[in-house]
Design a protein. Structure first.
Length: 222
C-alpha cells in the first residue's frame, strides 16, 4: 500500500493484484470508523477492511482509504470532498465505477458524502451509520445497500431504516440487510461477503438523471 497526502488528509492506496498502470479500474473509497482515528496510517492498515478483503482471490478494486486524524470525518469535510475530486483525476480510475463504503462513523460519512456529491458515485454501502433522512432525495440516482446489526446499541438500527426508507420514498434504489444477532459490528460480515462487491460492480455511474432537492422554502424547512 502507498501512503499519500492531500492537505491535512493522509490516505492509503491499495492496488489490485496484477495492477497495470495504463488500465482503468473500479475504485472503492473506504471510510473507517471512530476506532481507527489517529495520526499514522499504520493503524489504518490494521482496519478489518484490509485483512478481510486481502483474502479474496480476485479483488478487482483500487482501494483508497483516508485517515481521520480529527474527532470526526466532519472536521475534515473539505479535505474529504477534495479527495473525491482528486480521485476522479487519477489516470487509473474508471470514473464510471467509483464506489463509496464506510462503517460506523464512516457509515455516517458515507451517507453524507454521497448526498453532498451524488454525481460522483456509482453505488454506496453505508454500514451501521445514519444521516439526514430528509435529504434522501439526493440519492435517488445512487444505488444503496445498507447494513446494520439488530442488536446495535451504539448506532440504533432505526438510523439505517430511516435513511433507506427516505431514499426509496424519493424513487431511489435502496435496500437494507439486518444481521439479527449482530451488535455494532455489522462490518466484519459485510466485508466478508463477496456478493457485496459483486453488487457494486453491477453499477456504473449514470449522471443523465438530474439530481433533485425538494426541500426548499424557509417557512417550511427553516
Amino acid at each position: 500500500m502507498e501512503e499519500h497526502n492531500l492537505g491535512k488528509l493522509k490516505y492509503l492506496i491499495r492496488y489490485p493484484k496484477g495492477f497495470v498502470k495504463d488500465t482503468q479500474y473500479p475504485v472503492i473509497l473506504f471510510l473507517h470508523g471512530a476506532g481507527t482515528r489517529g495520526k499514522e496510517t499504520n493503524l489504518l492498515k490494521t482496519n478489518l477492511f484490509f485483512p478481510i478483503t486481502d483474502k479474496y482471490e480476485d479483488f478487482p478494486f483500487v482501494t483508497i482509504a483516508p485517515l481521520c486524524s480529527e474527532n470526526t470525518w466532519f472536521d475534515l469535510w473539505e479535505h474529504l470532498e477534495n479527495l473525491v475530486l482528486e480521485i476522479t483525476n487519477l489516470p487509473f480510475v474508471d470514473n464510471r465505477r467509483i464506489y463509496l463504503m464506510g462503517n460506523s462513523m464512516g457509515g455516517y460519512a458515507t451517507w453524507q458524502l454521497a448526498m453532498s456529491m451524488p454525481e460522483y458515485f456509482a453505488a454506496i454501502v453505508p454500514i451501521c451509520g445514519g444521516g439526514m433522512y430528509w435529504n434522501g432525495g439526493r440519492l435517488r440516482n445512487v444505488p444503496t445497500w445498507a447494513f446494520h446489526g439488530a442488536k446495535d446499541t451504539v448506532v440504533l438500527l432505526e438510523e439505517s431504516k430511516k435513511m433507506v426508507e427516505a431514499v426509496k420514498k424519493c424513487g431511489g434504489e435502496a435496500e437494507l440487510t439486518v444481521y439479527p444477532e449482530n451488535d455494532h459490528d455489522a462490518w466484519s460480515d459485510t466485508f466478508s461477503n463477496p456478493e457485496v462487491f459483486a453488487w457494486l460492480l453491477k453499477h456504473q455511474n449514470n449522471n443523465g438523471i438530474v439530481i433533485s432537492d425538494g426541500y426548499k422554502g424557509s417557512n417550511i424547512y427553516g
